[in-house]
Design a protein. Structure first.
Lengths: 314, 302
C-alpha cells in the first residue's frame, strides 16, 4: 500500500524498487538469521514483546518523520520524553484522573515542539541548533519539576497505558493516523511540498511558517505521548530517561528511506526502520552477544541498511 | 546553612583570599549537589561540623573536576584549616589534592578516590556492594542456580568494581552459573526491556537477577511481574534508592545494598578535625555497606 504512493512521490528518480521493499527484505533476512540460531525468537510471545519494545521508539520515529520531511531535524525528543514523563507522572498519583495526566504529558511535549517551531520559523535559527537548545532546556525543566528524583507511586489507571499490548495499540493508532494524514490530507501534502522545495512552495502560495510550525508541534506532541507511555510502562517519571532516544528515532526514519534534506519518505519506512532496530536489539539479547559487540553490530547494520538503499538507485 | 551558601557564593565570585573567618574552617568541594546521595552526604557533614564546633564552606563542583580544582585553590588562598574533597574523577581531580598538599593543607577524600593519595580517605569499596548482593543471592539459591547480571554503563568505575565483586562470589560458588551478562546502562526502561528479552530467551531457567544498580533492578522487577513470574526469581539491586526501599518493604524486591552517606559524611568531618587538632587519625576509614531485606528495611526508610 505504501509502495504505490511511493512511486508517485519519487517519480523523477531512477529507482528500481522502493526503500520499503529493500528494508522489508533486510528485516526478513535478519529475522531468519536470529530464528535459525534461537528458534524461540519466533514465539508469538517474543514477537509481541518485540513490537511492544519498539512502540516508544516507533511513536518517536513517526513524530520526527513530520519534521524530517520539512527538511528540519528535532534533537529534543529524548529530553521531551523525560519532561513529559515527569509532568504526566506528577498528575498520575492514585486518586487523580489518568486522563488528565496523559493530557498534561502530551501538552508538555506539544509546548516544546511549538517552541522549536517558533525558534526555527520566526527566529530563523537552524533546526539543529534550535532543537539542541531545547534539548538542554527541556532536560533542565524535567530535573526542576521532579527535584532530580524519579516521580513514583502512580495510579493503576495510568500505568495501564504501559501494560500488556496497550503500547502496541497506541503505536498502531499513531502510525495509521499519521499515514493517512501525510498521504491524504492537504496539510500532510503541504509538509512534503515545503520539504521538497521551500521556495517553490512559497511561490505557489503556501504559508511555509504555518506548515513548519505544525510539523514541529505534532512531533513534540507525539514525543510527549511517547514519554507518557514510557512513564506508564516503567511506572515512574524519570528525569534522566530518554537520553539518546532522538538518535534511535532519527536512525529508524532514515533507515526507512526518508531523506534528511526533506521532501521524500514517509511513515511506512519509519515503522520498518523502528522494527529493524528492534529486531537487532532483541535478537542480539537473545543470542547473548556481548554488550561490546552489540554496539558495533548495531552501528554496522544501520549504516549497511542505508548504504544498500542509497546504492540501489544508481 | 543559607549563610554558608552566601559565603561560598561570594568567595566563588569575588575570591576572598586572606579573609579568614574566626574559628577552625573546613573547605568542602562536593561532586554534585543535584544527586540524592551527595545531598545526604552534605547534610551529615553539616550536622557533624556543628557538633564538633567547626565551620564548613561548601562548594558544589557540579561534576566538573576543573571547577573542583579551582575551588580547592580558592580554599587554599582562604587559608582553610583542612579540605574535604568528594572527588569528581580519579585522575582529573588529583591536582586539587596536589595544590592543597603543596600549601600544607590536609585533605580528606570522601566517597571516591583520587590518584594522588590524600591525607586520609573515608568511603566504601564499591566491590563490596556487589559482593554483598551476590552473596545474598548465593545464600537464597543455596549456592546452586542460574543468575543473570545487568551491567551499568560499561567502563565506568562503579560498573567495573561492581562487576569484579559479583564475579568474585560467582567464582567461589561453582554451582552458580552466569547465564547472561549485558548492559542496561543504569536505566530502568532499558533494564525492563533487557529482562523481557531474557525471559523470552531462557524462560523459567533464570533463578536470580543481580542488577548493578536499583534503577535496573526495578525495571527487571516490572518485567518479571508482568510475565507472571513474581516470586519465582530473586531480584537484587544496589544503592537503596527510595523506590527500591519501598519495593523491599512491599515484598516485591528481594534486597538492595545500602551505602551509608550519613556514616561517610560524619567520619570525614571527624577525621578532618582530628588531623587539624594533631590527634591520631585513621588513614583509611571504610564505612561498610549494608544489606537491606524485608527484615531490616524499616531502619533504612526515611
Amino acid at each position: 500500500m505504501v509502495a504505490a504512493g511511493w512511486f508517485r512521490e519519487r517519480g523523477g528518480k531512477r529507482t528500481r524498487w522502493p526503500a520499503e521493499v529493500t528494508l522489508g527484505i533486510a528485516l526478513l533476512v535478519l529475522m531468519g538469521v536470529v530464528a535459525a540460531a534461537r528458534p524461540n525468537f519466533l514465539n508469538v510471545g517474543n514477537l509481541v514483546n518485540l513490537v511492544r519494545q519498539i512502540s516508544i521508539n516507533g511513536i518517536l520515529a513517526v513524530g520526527v518523520t513530520y519534521v524530517l520531511l520539512t527538511g528540519g531535524v528535532d534533537l529534543s525528543l529524548g529530553s521531551v520524553v523525560a519532561l513529559s514523563g515527569v509532568a504526566a507522572a506528577s498528575f498520575a498519583h492514585p486518586g487523580e484522573m489518568g486522563a488528565v495526566a496523559v493530557a498534561v504529558g502530551i501538552f508538555a511535549g506539544a509546548a516544546v515542539g511549538a517552541a522549536n517551531g517558533t525558534v526555527v520559523t520566526v527566529g530563523r535559527v537552524a533546526p539543529f541548533i534550535a532543537t539542541l537548545g531545547t534539548m538542554t532546556a527541556a532536560r533542565g525543566l524535567a530535573l526542576l519539576a521532579s527535584g532530580g528524583r524519579p516521580v513514583s507511586n502512580l495510579s493503576r489507571s495510568f500505568t495501564w497505558l504501559g501494560s500488556g499490548s496497550v503500547p502496541i495499540v497506541i503505536f498502531g493508532a499513531v502510525a495509521a493516523a499519521s499515514w493517512v494524514f501525510l498521504r491524504h490530507m492537504r496539510m500532510g501534502r503541504y509538509i512534503y511540498a515545503v520539504g521538497g522545495n521551500e521556495n517553490a512552495a512559497r511561490a505557489s502560495g503556501l504559508h511555509v511558517r504555518t506548515v513548519k510550525m505544525a510539523a514541529y508541534t505534532v512531533c513534540g506532541a507525539l514525543a510527549g505521548l511517547a514519554g507518557v507511555v514510557q512513564a506508564a510502562r516503567i511506572t515512574t517519571g524519570q528525569p534522566n530517561a530518554g537520553t539518546g532516544y532522538e538518535l534511535d528515532a532519527i536512525a529508524a526514519v532514515v533507515i526507512g528511506g526518508t531523506s534528511l534534506s526533506g521532501g521524500t519518505g514517509g511513515v511506512g519506512g519509519a515503522i520498518l526502520g523502528a522494527l529493524l532496530i528492534g529486531v537487532i536489539n532483541n535478537g542480539l539479547d537473545l543470542l547473548n552477544v556481548s554488550s561490546y559487540y552489540q554496539q558495533v553490530v548495531k552501528g554496522a547494520i544501520i549504516v549497511g541498511a542505508v548504504w544498500l538503499d542509497r546504492s540501489k538507485g544508481r | 546553612m543559607k549563610k554558608l551558601w552566601a559565603v561560598a557564593a561570594i568567595c566563588a565570585l569575588g575570591g576572598c583570599s586572606g579573609s579568614k573567618p574566626a574559628g577552625p574552617v573546613i573547605g568542602v568541594s562536593l561532586l554534585n549537589l543535584s544527586n540524592e546521595f551527595i545531598v545526604m552526604l552534605n547534610k551529615s557533614m553539616e550536622e557533624k561540623a556543628r557538633e564538633l564546633g567547626v565551620r564548613l564552606i561548601v562548594n558544589d563542583a557540579q561534576r566538573s573536576a576543573e571547577k573542583q580544582v579551582q575551588q580547592v585553590e580558592s580554599f587554599v588562598a582562604q587559608k582553610v584549616d583542612a579540605v574535604i574533597l568528594n572527588p569528581c574523577e580519579v585522575e582529573a581531580s588529583s591536582p586539587a589534592v596536589d595544590r592543597a598538599a603543596a600549601a600544607g593543607v590536609p585533605v580528606v577524600n570522601v566517597n571516591s578516590e583520587t590518584r594522588t593519595a590524600p591525607t586520609a580517605f573515608v568511603g566504601s569499596r564499591d566491590e563490596d556492594s556487589a559482593r554483598i548482593a551476590m552473596e545474598y543471592i548465593a545464600q537464597r539459591l543455596g549456592g546452586k542456580g542460574n543468575v543473570v547480571m545487568m551491567q551499568g554503563f560499561i567502563g565506568q568505575a562503579a560498573q567495573i568494581k561492581r562487576e569484579q565483586g559479583a564475579r568474585e562470589v560467582l567464582a567461589k560458588n561453582p554451582g552458580m552459573r552466569l547465564l547472561a551478562n549485558q548492559t542496561a546502562e543504569w536505566d530502568r526502561a532499558k533494564g525492563m526491556s533487557l529482562m523481557e528479552n531474557w525471559i523470552q530467551s531462557y524462560g523459567d531457567g533464570i533463578n536470580a537477577v543481580f542488577a548493578q544498580n536499583d534503577e535496573m533492578a526495578m525495571g527487571a522487577l516490572l518485567a518479571i511481574e508482568q510475565s507472571g513470574r513474581k516470586g519465582k526469581i530473586v531480584v537484587v539491586g544496589v544503592d537503596a534508592i527510595t523506590d527500591a526501599l519501598q519495593a523491599v518493604k512491599d515484598g516485591r524486591l528481594d534486597a538492595t545494598v545500602f551505602q551509608d552517606a550519613k556514616g561517610q559524611g560524619a567520619a570525614a568531618v571527624a577525621t578532618a578535625v582530628k588531623i587539624m587538632r594533631h590527634e591520631a587519625f585513621e588513614k583509611q576509614t571504610m564505612i561498610p555497606f549494608q544489606l537491606v531485606t524485608r527484615e531490616n528495611v524499616a531502619t533504612f526508610s526515611k
